[in-house]
Design a protein around this ligand. Structure first.
Ligand code: FE2
Length: 342
């Protein structure tokens, strides 16, 4: 009897051990992403195909995802956090939501301004926030810098979205980093004075407002022009044809660059898989997919640009390390509010 019991107990222990090892070693990865692009999902499918690791994706507003991870604490299922903006990734890091990753294979691929000096996050796409203009109404020789857009020449002609937008907040942080609080306040006041209308809509809407004649120039990310040029909607394609891209500040610090960033969460249950996915996203093949399908600049400096991005031309990028912009975000918000930039 005793022997039977211990035999049964042994079997039970073995079964429990198998179940235990399965749940501790799930071949999956959980992503919390603030990006909403089909190209990303294509890459996740390819990753699963190559590695057998299942990808579970939760897409939401970046701030909501940060709140969620804070609430979930050490029980969070998230392995990877993805943002479409450096500023929000820095905030997640400052809240203790990230852990350092192994940069051994990837540090040499991505220039240092585009990654955290303490390895908590890395950029995997670059976005240039440029000036776009209506080709028949604006001579690009009139354009020069973000700062020059505050001159009288642009009165009632500038389109830009709300200060609630993360891209504008990180751009403002770069203006504060360059000009200090007073200089940045002067810039914000000057832009507000020259706005064609109170900020509304997204980057694409600013481009459409140029085409509609509401204003003549807008500050937007370049990939939106790529998306419009290749839109299934003929009207959007026509609008994009009328728009020129100008890379500002070529004679000084360079055009403002933001990134889509990725980091491993502090309590990642599948941290090893997370590391693998980061390396996969920075591979030449994935980087080409993101550049070709989403018109973003590759963060991997060894990847060749697709033709459209080459056509836009080579430009000088602001190389202020993005991890230094975090400390100016709050100041930037105060300046936006004081300037009445809604
Ligand atoms: Fe975007």
């Amino acid at each position: 009897m005793n022997r039977t019991l211990s035999y049964k107990a042994l079997i039970l222990l073995i079964i429990l051990a198998i179940i235990g090892s399965c749940s501790a070693d799930k071949n999956e990865i959980n992503i919390y992403s603030g990006r909403h692009y089909q190209a990303d999902e294509q890459l996740y499918r390819e990753f699963t195909h190559q590695t057998g690791i299942r990808v579970n994706l939760i897409k939401a507003d970046t701030d909501q995802l940060i709140n969620r991870m804070e609430l979930e604490g050490s029980n969070s299922p998230a392995d990877l956090f993805i943002t479409a903006d450096a500023g929000r990734m820095i905030q997640a890091m400052e809240k203790g939501l990230l852990q350092p990753m192994n940069m051994e294979k990837i540090a040499k691929l991505v220039p240092s301004p585009l990654r955290d000096s303490e390895n908590h996050w890395i950029g995997f796409t670059k976005r240039a926030r440029v000036i776009v203009y209506e080709k028949s109404r604006v001579n690009p020789e009139e354009l020069s810098t973000y700062e020059e857009l505050t001159s009288d020449n642009w009165e009632g002609r500038i389109l830009i979205r709300s200060s609630q937008n993360h891209y504008n907040q990180t751009l403002m942080a770069s203006i504060v980093a360059t000009h200090g609080r007073e200089g940045a306040a002067k810039w914000a006041n000057g832009i507000v004075n020259n706005m064609a209308q109170p900020p509304r809509g997204n980057d694409r809407d600013q481009v459409k407002a140029i085409a509609a004649g509401t204003g003549d120039v807008a500050i937007v990310n370049t990939y939106y022009i790529g998306l419009l040029l290749n839109s299934p909607n003929a009207e959007e394609r026509n609008i994009a044809q009328r728009i020129g891209i100008f890379f500002p500040n070529q004679q000084n610090r360079g055009t403002h660059i933001n990134i889509s960033a990725i980091g491993i969460t502090a309590y990642a249950p599948n941290a090893e898989n997370a590391q693998k996915l980061i390396e996969f996203l920075l591979s030449e093949s994935s980087q080409s997919t993101l550049a070709e399908k989403n018109y973003e600049y590759p963060a991997n400096q060894h990847v060749e640009l697709p033709d459209l991005l080459k056509e836009w031309g080579h430009f000088k990028a602001d190389t202020t390390p993005l991890d230094q912009l975090g400390k100016h975000l709050q100041q930037g918000m105060i300046i936006f509010n004081q300037a009445g930039w809604n």
